[in-house]
Design a protein around this ligand. Structure first.
Ligand SMILES: Cc1ncc(COP(=O)(O)O)c(C=O)c1O
Length: 411
């Protein structure tokens, strides 16, 4: 009944006479149908397709907010000149997640970002300024060569000397190589991967820390790129891996549209007030001198949707979802193993990577390609998100089996 009402209201909204003549609804509807039909097979990229924001949009349209321009510009934790924002909800989202990442209530500063990349941009920028507050020397950025390309691009954008550290077979930073590359005469800005993009590898923070202690660079800042795994790890028995109290990092970036499931890119950036205090304020009188973010205008709607999801899902809901994706990823790996098909899965990872199948399988399941000569060359991966249940895994593996048969027949 509720779904019928939602559909009726959305239809009524779409049919609003003032706009109907200007918008090609047939085209739009065909497009929407195509997107909805495709999502079940989207298993190659880490978007959680169980978005379920129908209730939110229904409320949003009815509330009148679809006719209001809101903007979260400014520091959400400080008074703002404009009342037209969702800072109160944004702060509650950060307050919900900060303790899960081991930040103490009094030390926390953070905001809802546009994406994981936006969070990484802030991590690197804030890290540079933090390190410059301790030494006038420009830091060196250290990151594994299997980390997300955004880190390398952002380091480049910020004009940083970068040391790309080789990764082991599973995609983890080679810590011996890191230690060798560490320059003790310069500050170190280390970006740690909590789930690399392709292999889902987790860099060893304890080993990285031990190397830093031995080499003692002038100053150290650690940023965690936890775009994907930062979403679910806090809700598992491996929560310590993203816990600042146990792993001693200075900031963390997480994507919102991955594990948490949104209809568009979103994210979280959390750090400490101490790090914030060491930023160049670039006073902005017309905005009450309070714009710590790189981006000026920020989405009020994104923060509101995040708040809505947190209320609806809660810790118990996230815990259940985290358990489910890890269990299903283990089952997917088991299915590959049962076929004797080359496939790998890192610790605590929802990503299974395997020998790349034929192009028709890649296209049908929207799989992402990569290559690693050490693992036999061409690879693909399946990132098990909430919408990939056992039925989908079964359908996918039947295609893998069929592909194996067809390939064998050609030999
Ligand atoms: C490890 C890692 N970091 C950063 C990003 C970038 O995140 P976003 O797409 O939210 O900008 C991704 C995206 O896949 C990622 O896998």
């Amino acid at each position: 009944m509720k779904q019928l009402l939602t559909a009726a209201l959305l239809l009524a909204l779409c049919a609003t006479p003032a706009r109907a003549g200007e918008v090609d609804m047939d085209r739009l509807n065909a497009f929407a149908k195509d997107m909805v039909a495709t999502k079940a097979q989207a298993i190659g990229y880490p978007g959680n397709q169980e978005v379920g924001l129908q209730d939110f949009y229904l409320w949003f349209a009815q509330s009148g907010l679809a006719d209001v321009c809101m903007n979260n510009v400014g520091n959400p934790r400080k008074a703002s000149l404009s009342a037209l924002n969702t800072h109160q909800f944004e702060n509650e989202v950060v307050d919900f997640f900060a303790p899960l990442y081991g930040f103490k209530k009094d030390e926390t500063w953070g905001f809802v970002t546009y994406s994981g990349t936006d969070g990484n941009n802030h991590g690197i920028y804030f890290g540079v300024k933090y390190l410059l507050s301790q030494s006038k020397l420009k830091p060196i950025l250290y990151v594994s060569n299997e980390a997300h390309y955004s880190i390398k691009k952002l380091g480049d954008l910020q004009g940083l000397d970068m040391r790309l550290i080789p990764a082991d077979l599973q995609g983890r930073m080679d810590v011996a190589a890191f230690e060798k590359a560490l320059d003790p005469t310069r500050p170190a800005l280390v970006v740690v991967a909590m789930g690399t993009t392709f292999k889902g590898a987790i860099d060893d923070q304890n080993a990285i820390d031990a190397a830093l202690k031995r080499k003692k660079p002038v100053a150290v800042y650690r940023h965690l790129d936890a775009a994907l795994f930062g979403g679910y790890l806090p809700f598992t028995e491996h929560a310590h891996l993203v816990d600042r109290a146990k792993r001693n990092f200075d900031s963390i970036a997480v994507s919102g549209h991955k594990f948490f499931g949104f209809d568009e890119p979103l994210g979280l950036f959390i750090t400490t007030k101490d790090v914030l205090a060491r930023q160049n304020p670039f006073n902005v009188p017309y905005l009450l001198d309070a714009v710590p973010t790189i981006t000026c205008s920020r989405s009020a709607l994104g923060a509101l949707k995040f708040w809505w999801k947190v209320q609806k899902t809660g810790e118990a809901g996230y815990r259940q979802q985290a358990g489910q994706i890890l269990k299903n990823a283990a089952e997917l790996k088991r299915r590959f193993d049962a076929l004797g098909y080359p496939a790998w899965r890192g610790d605590f990872s929802n990503t299974v990577y395997f020998r790349r199948p034929s192009q028709w399988v890649m296209e049908k399941w929207l799989l992402a390609p990569d290559e690693d000569p050490r693992l036999g060359g061409k690879l693909a991966h399946n990132i098990v998100m909430q919408h990939e249940g056992l039925e989908t895994i079964d359908l996918f593996m039947r295609d893998i089996e069929r592909d194996m048969r067809e390939q064998a027949a050609k030999r």
